[in-house]
Design a protein around this ligand. Sequence first.
Ligand code: AMP
Ligand code: ZN
Length: 115
Amino acid sequence: MDQDCLFCKIVSGDNPSTEVFRDDRVMAFLDINPAAPQHILVIPLAHLTFLSTADESHEGLIGHLALTADRIAAERGIQDSGFRLTINQGPDAGQEVDHLHMHITGGRRLGRAGA
Ligand code: AMP
Ligand code: ZN
């Protein structure tokens, strides 16, 4: 755990969240400022700053993030209508929280990817 990391504090329960899923490697909670009718964040329990600091040892974890996101989308009724998975990496992508996270957005027709 990184003592200064907002998402580590959500993992530990020191910061509140609306949790929708947790297992031994990842958890998911509702985004506090949703950009779409459905906006969920899926994060590793262990602190990992960026996608670009991950290495081969994280391949399983990152795959698990994506598959978990798909299962959550199904549970929340947006698998068939469609959804988007996004990882913001660095300043041009607007990354705000330095703990790797995957956004699930859906529940309406989304704009062009990358906009
Ligand atoms: P990013 O720009 O990819 O770093 O995304 C960070 C996301 O975290 C944004 O969509 C924020 O709305 C969301 N966020 C920030 N603080 C919280 C919080 N305490 N609980 C839930 N989501 C948060
Ligand atoms: Zn963290």
